[in-house]
Design a protein around this ligand. Structure first.
Ligand SMILES: [Zn+2]
Length: 62
């Protein structure tokens, strides 16, 4: 599957990740109620690894 027409079928589903309240990334799982990026809702400490240091990009579309 490419990133063209067949991939657009996935756009019709329910929203999985919304903007995280703690890290600002669009990684907060709506149903699981935890953030995939910072672990909000799962851990009290912010989930952070040296091997996964993506710059936190805020101001994303929720
Ligand atoms: Zn987060």
């Amino acid at each position: 599957m490419g990133s063209g027409t067949p991939a657009f079928g996935k756009h019709s589903g329910k929203m999985v990740h919304i903007r995280c309240r703690r890290c600002g990334r669009r990684a907060y799982h709506v149903r699981k109620k935890r953030c995939a990026a910072c672990g909000y809702g799962e851990t009290a400490t912010i989930r952070k690894y040296s091997w996964a240091t993506k710059t936190i990009q805020r101001q994303r579309i929720a």
